[in-house]
Each structure stands twice: as structure tokens, then as C-alpha cells.
Design a protein around this ligand. Sequence first.
Ligand SMILES: Cc1cc2nc3c(=O)[nH]c(=O)nc-3n(C[C@H](O)[C@H](O)[C@H](O)COP(=O)(O)OP(=O)(O)OC[C@H]3O[C@@H](n4cnc5c(N)ncnc54)[C@H](O)[C@@H]3O)c2cc1C
Length: 379
Amino acid sequence: MILIIGAGIGGLTAAIALRQAGFEVDVFERAPELKEVGAGIGLSANAMRVMKRLGLMQQVVERGTVFKAATGFTWTGRELSRLSTNLADVPTVCLHRADLQEVLYSALPRDCVHFGEQFVDLTQTSENVTARFASGRTATGDALIGADGMRSKVRAQLLDDGEPIYRGYQCWRGVCRLEPGEELTETFGPGFRMGVIPLGRRGTAWWFCANEAEDAIEEPGADKTKLSRWVENWHSPIPDVVAATDPADIIKGGIYDRVPVRRWSDGRCTLVGDAAHPTTPNMGQGGSMAIEDGVVLARCLAAHSDPAKAFRVYERLRQPRTARVTNVSRYYGVMGQWSHPAATWLRNALFRFGSGRAATNNFRRFASYDPYEVGLKAG
Ligand SMILES: Cc1cc2nc3c(=O)[nH]c(=O)nc-3n(C[C@H](O)[C@H](O)[C@H](O)COP(=O)(O)OP(=O)(O)OC[C@H]3O[C@@H](n4cnc5c(N)ncnc54)[C@H](O)[C@@H]3O)c2cc1C
């Protein structure tokens, strides 16, 4: 029996991949039910390849929009760059996070996910690992996977390495009923950025980043007023997208990551997704990394009967890739949030005359990864 803490994208994908590899799993989620929260999420080819192998690709495509390009603009509407996302054997898709969670959840038997169970701590012996929950429940298994996100309690116990690092900007997200376009766009202003994402039957999703203090507090309901003011002169359809969003549906959160670590396992316990390698969202790869982790982890456990050995191989395979995504994403975010006029001029010039190719190369490198192809030899 493998215990998984957290029923987010990482925990649910790991559970499906492990069951397909013949393992029994129990997933423990602190929320009382699957939440209808979040906004748009993009799944590039590396994640969609996993969806295809798990038999879920069609369901994901049906719930979202397949898009073939991502275009960068200045806030005045001048095109800066154009990235073709149509590079691979599988499509690149945007969908609502709640729809993705639902697709993953429906691929598991109902009695495999236990809601309302908040992980508190774990103890392990040479034979097994036991997790304790706030409800008083305990669960014992052969191994434990912490898939409990950016502020993982499992990580705190395994690594004790403090809080994630705030990267200097806040992000607002929302969904509105406007007819979706065909492309993903990212628009740059001085210290501000906005992405607009086609979301199929759900309409249009968006995100907006602004340089702000970590503890900046909003008056209740004030987000929309502030965002509308910031984008009032931006190119179409940005002001309309904000105007069409219900203020109650706007979610705000700080942007964090961690400096990549070399090891995130201890004995029979390991981590996946944001718990292991939290990244800023600038490459749109955090969820896709969590999806890849689940597959590589399941393959390692199938290949090595000793969980401690399997987790060492898993870590060795995943660390270089996830560290690279985290670092590239952080640098892209730093440049994206530049606000000084000279810096924004430089950024626009870089995007127009060089970074288009660099972005395509990075995208191609990240999207071409196939977690079913990586070798599993012990190091
Ligand atoms: C603004 C923004 C935009 C993004 N856009 C993209 C994108 O386009 N594409 C992409 O691939 N990624 C994107 N990401 C990143 C992506 O959202 C994350 O990387 C992904 O959600 C990580 O999945 P996870 O399962 O590891 O963690 P989470 O999604 O955080 O799930 C963790 C789960 O664990 C549960 N949990 C937490 N603590 C406990 C506990 N103590 N006990 C039990 N359960 C617990 C939580 O309730 C949650 O259900 C974006 C992120 C942000 C912030």
C-alpha cells in the first residue's frame, strides 16, 4: 500500500500511474471535497503525453481548448513575439483547473481518495511508514508520497528547510464568460503582465501579475477596481476581460518558489509536484512537472522493490529537469516584472529580436520530454 498526501494534480496523477503499475494506493486530502476553484491551466505536450498514456487525453481535450501559438504584446498592443506551441505528437491544451482535477479524480475508484483528512506527521521504521491525521486517524503503508503542495507539511518533516521564497509580485486570476480566442497571449506593461487564456466552454481565463509587497492587503472586493484601473488603457480585449469577471471569482496569491534542492526523499518517503520543486508559474510548467513526477515515480517503484532505492533513482532522474524549469521560470519572471523604462525598452527589444527564438527553444526542450522514456538504472 502506498499512502499519498494531497489530491491535487500531482497526488491524483501519481495515484493513477501507481494503480496502472499494479500498486494499491490511498490518497488523503485535507479539503472536505473536490474544490471548484482555480482558473485556467495550460498543459503542454510533456503533460499531455502522460494524459494520453493514462487514457485521459480525449477527456482533457474535450473540456478545454487546443491552442497552437502563444503571442507576446506590449500593453499598447504591439506584437513582440510569437511562439508556436504546435511542435509535438500531442496537442497543447488550456482548461479550467477544476475540470482537470475532475478528469483525474474520475479515473480513480471512489474509495481510494479520503477527503477531510489533514496530514499532521509521519513515523517510519525499516518495515513501513505511518501517517497521522488531524481527525485522529492513522494509516500505515509501505511508502508515503507527499503531494501536499507549496507549503507541504510532509516536506517540512523530511527536509525542515523553511518557507518558500516570495519573488516580489502578486498574481490575480479569474475566468469570465467572454468568447475565447484561439491563442494564448501575454501582455507586458511596466511592472505588470497579463495573460489571456482560451478556456473552451468555460469562456476566457486570465492572470495578472503586479509588483507588490508580500503582505499587501486588499479591501474586500477591491481587486477588480484596482485591476480595471491598471489596465484601462491596455489593448483589446484586456479591459473587457477584467470588466466581464465577477469580483467574487477573482483569486489573488503571491508568487513563490524555492532554490532547487538535490534530495527530497528520506527512507520510505518522498515528494512530488510543488512539495518537491515549487516553481513560479512563468513557464506554465508547475502542474506539468507534478504530472511527470507521478509517472517517473510509479516506474521507479515498479522497477525497484526497495522504496528507498526507488526514491533515490526517482530523485536523480527528476532533479536536473525540475531544477532547470524552476530556474528558467524565475529568470523569466524577473524580466517580465521589470518596471524601469530603460529595462522595459530592453525587454521589448529582446523579445522582438532574440527571445522569441530562445523561448521557442526552451518550450521545445520542456515539451519534448517523455517521462515514459527516461532510463531507470540505479545510480
Ligand atoms: C498563477 C498560477 C498559474 C499557473 N499556471 C500553470 C499552468 O498554466 N500550467 C502548469 O502546468 N502549472 C501552472 N501552475 C502551477 C501549478 O498550479 C502547480 O504547480 C500545481 O498545482 C502543483 O500541483 P501539486 O499537486 O503539487 O500541488 P497542489 O495543486 O497545491 O495540491 C496540493 C494538494 O494537497 C492538499 N494538502 C495540502 N496540505 C495538506 C495536508 N496537510 N493534508 C492533506 N492534504 C493537504 C491541498 O489541499 C491540495 O489539494 C500555476 C500556478 C500559479 C500560482
